[in-house]
Design a binder for this molecule. Structure first.
Ligand SMILES: [Zn+2]
Length: 403
């Protein structure tokens, strides 16, 4: 088999795994007949397909230089598909074993004490006294975007992200997206990439959106996040080079480590700190009807909260490894991630559905950040955009980024 033939067989294998789990295929824009041909096959058959493909891939002769990364990435994707088939067949993995098997990465081991200093820092910043979670909830209430202003604020944020991204990344003329507001989801927003440079971006309105989330989600889901990552792969890898393995996106795979990590890191690429604050104060806060004079303290608080992000991994690991029950997990999230009770409950539902996927957001962001800043530094903006774009057009897993 050639590399291209293995790639095609890999796509069909992922489609077949998708018959066993509706969430597995996050995006597919390959030939329609590959999809419709797929009758549901037994997991044992799929496992032997995966083994065979891995075997074939490992015996291929050394590829030309431009295809070496391609081959390495496909090898790690296939290894992950194989692990997922085993999980669907009932193999139980611990949190860390699972994240290594599916995402080629392991989150650092953290304990409560690692977050205590950060909580103390927040205690100094926030007005009022007493329970930190309650104080933060009260403080945050003033930064909710009213439902009737949500579309105006989110649209302004995504248009700005798009304009900033287009300055540095050449996007196809026809690229576009649609925003929909939905309910009853475990996530706060989602990008459904449809192919042909088009995305459906859904925003969950179960809870009011805080003002900081407008730019976060616009960049993460749209520009230069998921929408741009997907369209760059479609254009440069699938259409131009014919590397068909990139026409499918298996959700529980190393692809997500790069997707979530780059989408989160991309927020600060599109909106460096000072520029972001200017735009928030000048445009988004007024659109949301929130006093721009409050933005400085608000963003200092957000910066500290960001450092608590790994608390989510700590809680997910303990809960999934059976060390704490659901209620205790919610309480731990309230104490160390400082989300209110309702959002912590939603978060636990996300953990139950997506398990060790949670590491892709924060560890993914840090690994992508280190990879890019080691090559481009922090201040040379065009260079940073260039390395960022190169990474999206030539995907790497965590170990390939040097984690
Ligand atoms: Zn995402």
């Amino acid at each position: 088999m050639t590399l291209n033939q293995i790639a095609e067989a890999y796509v069909k294998l992922v489609l077949a795994v998708g018959q066993h789990d509706g969430s597995y295929v996050d995006a597919y824009y390959g030939p329609a007949e590959w999809q419709t041909d797929t009758a549901k096959r037994a997991l044992t058959d799929l496992l032997s397909d995966a083994d065979q493909l891995l075997q074939q891939l490992s015996t291929l002769s050394a590829p030309p230089a431009d295809q070496r990364l391609r081959q390495d990435f496909l090898m790690l994707q296939l290894t992950s598909v194989r692990a997922y088939i085993n999980q669907l067949s009932g193999t139980h993995l611990s949190f860390d074993e699972e994240s290594i098997a599916l995402y080629d990465a392991q989150s650092p081991l953290l304990r409560e004490a690692d977050f205590d200093l950060i909580l103390a820092e927040l205690d100094q910043l926030l007005p009022g006294e007493g329970d930190l979670n309650a104080r933060l909830s009260t403080y945050h209430r003033g930064f909710e975007i009213p439902r009737d202003k949500l579309d105006a604020v989110f649209t302004a944020a995504i248009n700005e992200s798009r304009a900033r991204t287009k300055k540095y990344i050449s996007l196809p003329d026809e690229e576009d997206f649609k925003i929909e507001y939905v309910k009853d989801q475990v996530w706060s927003a989602y990008n459904w990439y449809q192919g042909n440079s088009y995305s459906l971006i859904q925003v969950n309105t179960d809870f009011p959106m805080f003002i900081s989330r407008a730019i976060d989600l616009a960049s993460h889901e749209g520009y230069p996040g998921h929408h741009v990552f997907n369209l760059l792969m479609e254009k440069h890898l699938v259409n131009d080079k014919g590397w068909m393995e990139y026409c499918i996106y298996p959700l529980y795979s190393p692809m997500s480590f790069l997707a979530e990590g780059s989408a989160n890191y991309g927020i600060s690429v599109a909106f460096p700190e000072v520029e972001r604050l200017q735009f928030e104060k000048g445009v988004l806060f007024p659109l949301a009807g929130i006093d721009p004079a409050q933005a400085d303290l608000y963003y200092r608080v957000q910066a500290v909260l960001q450092k608590l992000s790994y608390a989510g991994n700590m809680v997910a690991k303990r809960y999934l490894d059976g060390e704490v029950d659901r209620l205790a997990a919610i309480k731990l999230l309230m104490k160390y991630a400082l989300s209110d009770e309702k959002r912590s409950t939603q978060r636990v539902a996300f953990i139950e559905k997506n398990r060790s996927y949670v590491i892709n957001y924060n560890l993914g962001q840090d690994v992508v950040k280190n990879y890019i800043e080691q090559r481009a530094g922090k201040v040379d903006e065009p260079h940073r955009w260039q390395v960022f774009t190169d990474l999206l057009m030539c995907p790497r897993t965590a170990s390939m980024m040097g984690q």
